[in-house]
Design a protein. Structure first.
Length: 366
């Protein structure tokens, strides 16, 4: 059997698991990036080796919470392990719901600071705190946060929404200016600062939401979490995870029977503008509203059946053909988890033709 065929069979197995999570082979219960189990043999008397295996298991378990098999997610898992060993400021960019907070927490849990606090603050809340101080001192707010996150991690989300004066204070902190390197008594070292931005940095800078000097000081290390629509091969893994998670959280006794092929195809074809967070909410809704273990697709608007040709009404023939091609291309890529070879075979066109049409309709497939 060729490696290509093995890959296709493995992909088919993932699809089957996502559709019917109640019957999951043992090897799918491992963390996706682990390979073999990492645990000491019960017959081994070498306690040191056992500790090494246990530590490796713990690291892989933490990193495995970043779920997916796409190249971008594999790179982020590797980056998290490396960045846990440094104290440089990290800026995480990405659309809402992509998992920036999860990545920040993973870096913290993998680092030597894991026993120290992880303090998370939204920029809007930070601005409210700043306005609430009687003397209007952003410095007072920042020092308070530094003290609370001493030796740990301070995670500030949506930095593009920070007030200009707070950006200036953070810039001084990053540069060790105005005595910030000696502030917050009792700290053996400054907190590790991790920031996130939901707006494209260039756009935020050009619109004057983000100071360019602050951005460049904060982005010595920058990671981007891509939208879910650009890594649809991760959807089967996420669906299976969220089904289990919903069953545990909802404490339901219903024997959930998985999702039908039609619903699964719709999940793969949908654009997921709300990214992983929207997918999680959708799967939770399907599990919570299932009737005798079967999903009720009508509960989600994008799963409701509509007249398929209605959007073509009033369109010229070239426009209608373009819309149909765009739709079928996206459906095929979603059906085969981004595998262009299988999508081309399904559509009965050459791979060269498929790639041409993907470029023509600006369909990204990462």
């Amino acid at each position: 059997m060729t490696l290509k065929n093995q890959s296709c069979e493995f992909s088919d197995e993932l699809t089957r698991v996502a559709r019917n999570p109640g019957k999951i082979p043992e090897f799918f219960l491992r963390d996706y990036n682990r390979g073999n189990y990492c645990k000491a043999s019960s017959n081994s008397d070498d306690s040191t080796m056992g500790e090494v295996y246990a530590a490796d298991y713990s690291v892989r378990k933490i990193v495995g919470r970043i779920i997916g098999v796409s190249p971008s997610i594999v790179r982020l898992r590797r980056a998290a392990r490396k960045l846990a060993k440094v104290d440089e400021t990290v800026l995480i960019t990405g659309e809402p719901g992509t998992g920036k907070r999860l990545l920040a927490r993973t870096i913290h849990q993998l680092s030597a600071r894991r026993e120290a606090p992880f303090i998370e603050v939204h920029s809007g809340h930070l601005c409210l705190q700043h306005n609430g101080f009687s003397n209007g001192s952003s410095e007072s707010v920042l020092i308070d946060l530094l003290e609370k996150s001493a030796d740990g991690v301070l995670y500030i989300s949506r930095i593009e929404e920070l007030a200009p004066e707070i950006q200036i204070e953070l810039l001084a902190y990053l540069g060790g200016e105005n005595g910030y390197s000696k502030r917050a008594p009792g700290m053996s070292r400054r907190p590790h600062l991790i920031l996130s931005c939901e707006t494209e940095p260039d756009e935020a800078i050009s619109s004057k939401k983000l100071r360019s000097d602050f951005f460049y000081a904060a982005s010595k290390i920058m990671l981007n979490v891509p939208p879910l629509r650009y890594r649809k091969q991760d959807i089967p893994h996420l669906v299976e995870h969220f089904i289990r998670q919903a069953g545990t959280r909802l404490e339901t006794d219903i024997d959930f029977q998985g999702i039908s092929d039609e619903v699964y195809d719709a999940l793969m074809a949908y654009e997921w503008r709300g990214n992983v967070a929207e997918l999680e909410n959708s799967i939770t809704t399907l599990v919570a509203t299932s009737e005798q273990g079967k999903v009720v697709p009508e509960i989600l608007p994008f799963l409701q059946e509509t007249e398929p040709l209605r959007p073509l009404q009033g369109k010229s023939l070239p426009e209608a053909i373009a819309m149909v091609e765009d739709y079928l291309l996206r459906k095929a890529l979603g059906r085969f988890e981004g595998n262009q070879t299988r999508a081309a075979q399904f559509l009965k066109i050459s791979e060269a033709s498929l790639r041409y049409k993907l470029k023509k309709y600006n369909i990204l497939n990462k």
